[in-house]
Design a protein around this ligand. Sequence first.
Ligand SMILES: Cc1cc2nc3c(=O)[nH]c(=O)nc-3n(C[C@H](O)[C@H](O)[C@H](O)COP(=O)(O)O)c2cc1C
Length: 333
Amino acid sequence: MSFPGLRVRNLKIDPPLLLAPMAGLTHSALRTVIKGYGGVGLLSTEMLAARTVPTENPHVSPWLVRTDIEHPLSYQLLVTCPEEVMPAVEALHRFGADAIDLNLGCPAPRVRKAGGGSILATRQDTISRIIGMARKMTELPLTAKIRLGESLDVQKLRDFCLMLEGEGIDMVTVHARLRSEGFHRKPRWEWVGYVKQWLKIPVIANGSICSADDARACLRASGADGLMIGRAAAEKPWIFGSIAREVYDADIPAREIILPAVYRQVFNNLNSRFRPERRLGRLKEFTHYFARNYPFGHHLASAVQSSSTVEEAWERAVLFFAGTDPDGWAVAR
Ligand SMILES: Cc1cc2nc3c(=O)[nH]c(=O)nc-3n(C[C@H](O)[C@H](O)[C@H](O)COP(=O)(O)O)c2cc1C
């Protein structure tokens, strides 16, 4: 199989493997590690409230700090009304965004109640005005991330996707689950294929892509132009390199990954870039996923989870690693 490169406006996404926006996870500390392993075509911030982002200090805000290697980087906005768009987009231009993504899929009740995420998909007029305003404001790639909707309704999904394209969205990512479905239900990748047939703009598939085999199966089922990876990126920050090599024939040499060293990199990045009070929660969130690399990883996860300081969490993690068989520290990728 040969895969043409993906270009969205002036942005080349090569290989077409995208990091999913994930609140509490896709911050600078993890993004840097992911980028270091190669194979990621586009990084992402976590969702950023359009209402508050213009007043954040990008050098200090835990949502905005970034280093030069985190590039290209898409900034995801959680918008609730058209009035929020102009100041937010201006701010993202100042911060050096490479793309702007609109969150139209978040099912969290708190977000929906505030008028954002998946609720917008049901407010045609508001979303049209939001996209129209954003489109006027930026020449950057303007993308949208959606779920399949409230129920499996081909016509509704088709109308919605055509509306996004018609209003000027440059690329759509489809998390192939309904709004009410958690993260564990099998994703409906074939529905991404329907979206792909309806639209002329690139369509990215998302949902439970955790290995090169999943990536191949998802591409077969969806015919998508690219793949977005979420939780597996926190579990295995090297996954993009593996999939890029195995699925997209990218020239990224296989190498050994030393698990405690990966953990230490994330920990060091958190310590050097985040204020003390911003470190522990993020380390806990990362550990929840990273611990899955170990057969008894729940011991690591609960030891870190019950720590009251980041230093205590680190000591407990070191103890856990010391108790594991060093032969199991290295994983091939
Ligand atoms: C902890 C967590 C936080 C998330 N935060 C966001 C977010 O900020 N914006 C968003 O569009 N989706 C968010 N998502 C959804 C992911 O982007 C992705 O669509 C979902 O995890 C499915 O992909 P995966 O199976 O590869 O993890 C989040 C998911 C998780 C697990």
